[in-house]
Design a protein around this ligand. Structure first.
Ligand code: NAI
Ligand code: MG
Length: 338
């Protein structure tokens, strides 16, 4: 039985890493029936629109997408495609797991998950500037909002994730000492939800700045972190940095009717078309997608292959200190699948 899914090859290194990933998915017999669609600069070139209606229709039909990075067109007044997708499909949860794959790294044995609220907070972009020429007294302002319902939903998502994945602890990360209402509401709802899971999942709280420091000093104390939009954006780049950076960081944008899986990194125009890109972040995103459709058996096989090939540093791509190109690495990984 096949499962229809939208595939967006994207821009820059996108098509190269997508080819690598579909090759590995095919090798383990992943059941996706791909509906290939355009977005980003590839779509601008073909249709003049960075997010054509056919692409949106496809995701509406499949409820499932694997997306390569998109180059955000500079100028022309395009709104970020990623933000548009999140809003269009109500992709309220941004899930970013961080795990050590390269053994003996500076931060060994990391295994934590960050859940970021994806629709509200300071990303509402309610900004203004009161311009009086280049008046040195000019003022820029920005506002954000969090809704009680959304705070409740995102914390619940984190606890449900913990229960399903056998995780022990959820940390509510906030700044309620200063942003007493904006993030105080998140903390208030978080505590309510935590009570419902008492005895099953432990809950604690951290102020975001202290959390940033502790993530560097002692990341192992964390299991699942849940936080509001901007804090999650910043902390998830920090956690990616703990395990070797962007080449290894997958992410999922999850809503009630659709889920979009992607690498955290961008289209890397500096190495595009040169067979240098590391496909692992997108492959790990594809693994999350397999788990999402209940095929953890396949993601486990791929993960074992990754863990096996990673013990041979020379086979890795250059960003991980190896010598292989994208294709050579993909072929090597394929040989390590069992
Ligand atoms: P980037 O993530 O594309 O690149 C940053 C650095 O990391 C570059 O040196 C690049 O070569 C390297 N890198 C990234 N992914 C790699 C991989 N898989 N293997 C090996 N090296 C890799 O960030 P940058 O340069 O700021 O953005 C480039 C474009 O990507 C921009 O147009 C930006 O808007 C877009 N972008 C798109 C995202 C998305 O679609 N989700 C996310 C972030 C940026
Ligand atoms: Mg970010």
């Amino acid at each position: 039985k096949t499962i229809p899914a939208t595939l967006i090859p994207g821009d820059g290194i996108g098509p190269e890493i997508m080819d690598a990933v579909t090759e590995i998915l095919d090798a383990v017999g992943a059941p996706f029936a791909w509906d290939k669609q355009l977005a980003g600069m590839a779509a601008v070139d073909a249709t003049g629109n960075p997010l054509p209606p056919q692409t949106i229709d496809s995701i509406r039909r499949t409820g499932l997408a694997l997306k390569s990075p998109l180059t955000t067109p500079v100028g022309g007044g395009f709104k970020s495609i990623n933000v548009t997708l999140r809003q269009e499909f109500g992709l309220y949860a941004n899930l970013r797991p961080t795990r050590t794959f390269v053994p003996g790294a500076r931060f060994d044995k990391i295994d934590l998950v960050l859940v970021r609220e994806n629709l509200e907070g300071y990303y509402a972009a309610m900004e203004s500037y009161i311009p009086v020429g280049d008046d040195p007294h000019g003022i820029a302002t920005g506002a954000g909002y969090n809704s009680r319902a959304e705070c409740n939903r995102i914390v619940r998502f984190a606890f449900e994730y913990a229960v399903k994945h056998g995780r022990k602890k959820v940390t509510l990360v906030h700044k309620a000492n200063i942003l007493k209402l904006l993030t105080g509401l998140f903390l208030e709802e978080g505590r309510k939800v935590a009570k419902e899971y008492e005895g099953r999942v432990e809950c604690n709280e951290r102020i975001v700045d202290a959390c940033a420091m502790q993530l560097v000093i002692d990341p192992w104390q964390y299991d699942v972190i849940v936080t509001t939009n901007l804090f999650g954006d910043i902390l998830s780049d920090l956690t990616a940095g703990l395990v070797g950076g962007l080449g290894m960081a997958p992410g999922a944008n999850i809503g009630e009717k659709a889920a979009v899986f992607e690498a955290v990194h961008g289209s890397a125009p500096d190495i595009a078309g040169k067979d240098l890109a590391n496909p692992l972040a997108l492959l790990l995103a594809a693994n999350m997608m397999l788990e999402h459709i209940g095929r953890a058996d396949l993601s486990t096989r791929i993960e074992s292959g990754i863990r096996a090939v990673i013990t041979k540093p020379e086979l890795l791509t250059r960003d991980l200190g190896g010598k292989s190109g994208t294709r050579e690495f993909t072929a090597a990984l394929k040989q390590h699948l069992v």
